[in-house]
Design a protein around this ligand. Structure first.
Ligand SMILES: C[S@@+](CC[C@H](N)C(=O)[O-])C[C@H]1O[C@@H](n2cnc3c(N)ncnc32)[C@H](O)[C@@H]1O
Length: 223
């Protein structure tokens, strides 16, 4: 995605030493929401569909297991391109999509429950979901630890969680909005381990038979 074109400004390094915001103040939250509302009109960089054969889809399905009769949350779902695939592949699942941008949520297919809210304050009771996944969205949460804690809170004990985001060791490869933050494998593993019994991570690429170039990481957790 061409973030410089979408959001304007240059890429700045992540981490607290950069002076980057660490609090999701009402002003920053409104700015992020407005940016993604506008980005929802950009079909090229924010498509509503995804190739169901990509490895991300396979990995989420494998880790979450049989979704039949299960309630699954797509955290920061955008237009719901992953939930759309799971709706087709797993018609017995109860799918929910949550996003800060109401304009993004307009594209989520019928039959998928939606909520407009921040992942740092999830509007669900404890253990409401059997599983949850977040693809390229946690990196926008600003209050990352709070978002991780919330995602874990709303998943049942024994439930599975998948996070797919970019690798902090590759920071600078893409233009990013000023609030975005990438994580190392260890950083996010440590955060997830505060709430989950089992946590692992791996480097992935879009295609299973293509050697990962190090940009994308997947974290797999069991609460
Ligand atoms: C790069 S998009 C990814 C969307 C989707 N997960 C996908 O893979 O197509 C990031 C999404 O995160 C959402 N987002 C950003 N901050 C958020 C927050 N605090 N809570 C919930 N959603 C947020 C944005 O509105 C946007 O739809």
């Amino acid at each position: 995605m061409n973030w410089r074109r979408i959001f304007g400004g240059a890429a700045t390094p992540g981490g607290s030493k950069s002076g980057r915001a660490e609090q999701l103040t009402p002003e920053l939250r409104a700015r992020i929401r407005t940016s993604f509302d506008a980005a929802s009109r950009d079909d090229e960089n924010f498509p509503a569909t995804i190739d169901p054969r990509i490895y991300h889809v396979k990995l989420i399905r494998e880790h979450l297991g049989d979704m039949r009769g299960k309630r699954v949350l797509d955290v920061g779902c955008g237009k719901g391109r992953f939930a759309r695939v799971f709706q087709e592949q797993e018609p017995g699942a109860e799918l929910w999509g949550l996003d800060i941008s109401e304009e993004m949520l307009r594209f989520v297919p019928e039959g998928i429950h939606t909520r407009a809210a921040s992942m740092t304050e999830l509007p669900f009771e404890d253990a409401f979901f059997d599983g949850a996944y977040a693809t390229e969205s946690l990196e926008h949460a600003v209050e990352i630890e709070k978002a991780v804690s919330e995602i874990c809170r709303v998943v049942k004990p024994g439930g599975r969680i998948v996070v797919i985001d970019k690798n902090a060791e590759q920071w600078g490869r893409l233009n990013t909005p000023e609030w975005e933050r990438w994580f190392t494998r260890k950083e996010l593993e440590t955060m997830l381990k505060r709430h989950c019994r089992k946590v692992s991570s791996r480097v992935i690429s879009y295609w299973e038979d293509v050697e990962p170039d190090g940009l994308f990481l997947a974290w797999l957790a069991e609460k």
